[in-house]
Design a protein around this ligand. Structure first.
Ligand code: GDP
Ligand code: ZN
Length: 348
């Protein structure tokens, strides 16, 4: 009997094959399948990413093997590392060590908002500040329109609350500056992660350890968390007007009351519904000025690279990375991965 195709989510990629988690468990409760990828997905130029929804067929239940036959349209792709169909971006910043920089935090929140996913804000290292000082930041962030959590890997404070939020169906990625405790938090959220990695045997284990791909883990049924932090450098939108959509407090205020001029950039001009008395006004202004001057610099031809600190990526600008931070090209990564991996024997 030929099995009908089944819907599944790609949770890890290894050269020419991938692990998927089925939307609905198999006849004996199976959830994970190791799949080859059909060449026609590749030929049509469709690269599969972690997080993608796919259809699998030629299912061999006892061997837990199948083949990916269809890649479903993707709604959101986070780049570097590539993760598709993200539901939540969790921005993590430390309250101290490194000291909280609200402008930097704002840039991260902008980047997260640009993704279109639900944005969660987490203040880490709460054990290093008196409760009152922690509450101060929570209160402030509530004023910006977020429902922030204070967490500590050291005391465990806030971890169950974060776990609960991330246990809603969907796919979450933690983002934020280096050193704020993202990896520690991922480990706290997925205590059996080490165990799982150790449980993989033989050739696959080698593959697992030599590739740098993101892997997704289930915190609850249908609730996935990426085991690798997402972006650790913020990006700004290209159009100054689109900055508004990245500030929840601007969105909500402007939905109540419109500015006098439709193209208002909300810098506290007369007739601006925002005025200049809001908490993040100066950081908003700073980001806006940066965009405006980048736009002037890049005009008239946006594809000209002037060697400045921003570069065009898709429809947004982001800081140029020094050469040592740039990722090796896709091709070089792929070659490296393929050189290190032995493929499973299943035919395409
Ligand atoms: P990442 O770069 O964001 O992934 O940060 P890491 O998880 O690597 O943590 C950076 C440093 O912060 C490490 O030395 C951790 O031990 C420390 N750290 C992480 N979480 C906490 C915390 O909740 N409290 C304290 N005091 N230190 C922490
Ligand atoms: Zn305005």
């Amino acid at each position: 009997m030929v099995e009908p195709p089944r819907r599944a989510r790609v949770v890890s990629l290894l050269a020419n094959f991938c692990w998927v988690v089925l939307d609905q468990p198999g006849p004996a409760g199976q959830r994970r399948l190791l799949c080859t990828r059909r060449t026609r997905l590749g030929k049509s130029g469709q690269a599969i990413h972690v997080g993608d929804w796919v259809q699998v067929d030629v299912i061999d239940w006892p061997a837990a093997r199948a083949a990916v036959s269809v890649l479903e349209p993707r709604c959101l792709l986070l780049e570097r590392p590539p993760v598709a169909n993200i539901t939540r971006v969790v921005v993590v910043v430390a309250l101290v060590e490194p000291a909280l920089d609200p402008l930097q935090l704002t840039r991260f929140l902008i980047t997260a908002e640009l993704s279109g996913a639900i944005v969660e804000l987490v203040f880490s290292k709460a054990d290093l500040l008196p409760a009152q000082a922690v509450e101060h930041w929570l209160e402030r962030a509530r004023g910006w329109g977020y429902a922030p959590l204070a967490v500590s890997r050291a005391t465990g404070q806030g971890v169950p609350a974060l776990q609960q939020r991330l246990s809603q169906p969907g796919l979450a990625v933690l983002c934020g500056p280096s050193g704020v405790g993202k990896s520690s938090l991922i480990n706290a959220l997925m205590p059996d992660l080490d165990l799982r990695v150790a449980a993989v045997s033989g050739r696959l284990q080698r593959g697992r350890h030599t590739t740098r791909h993101v892997e997704l883990f289930e915190l609850a049924d249908g609730a996935l968390l990426a085991d690798t932090p997402g972006f650790n450098r913020p990006a700004l939108p290209l159009e100054p007007q689109s900055l508004v959509a990245c500030f929840p407090e601007l969105r909500s205020q402007l939905s109540l009351e419109a500015c006098q001029f439709a193209d208002c950039l909300h810098q506290g001009e007369p007739g601006c519904a925002m005025g200049s008395q809001w908490d993040r006004q100066s950081w908003y202004s700073q980001c806006l000025q940066e965009l405006l001057s980048a736009k002037r610099r890049l005009a008239p031809s946006l594809r000209q690279d002037d060697g400045g600190s921003l570069r065009q990526r898709g429809d947004r600008l982001e800081p140029r990375l020094a050469a040592q931070y740039r990722q090796p090209s896709r091709r070089r990564q792929r070659q490296a991965a393929e050189a290190e991996l032995t493929l499973p024997d299943q035919e395409d």
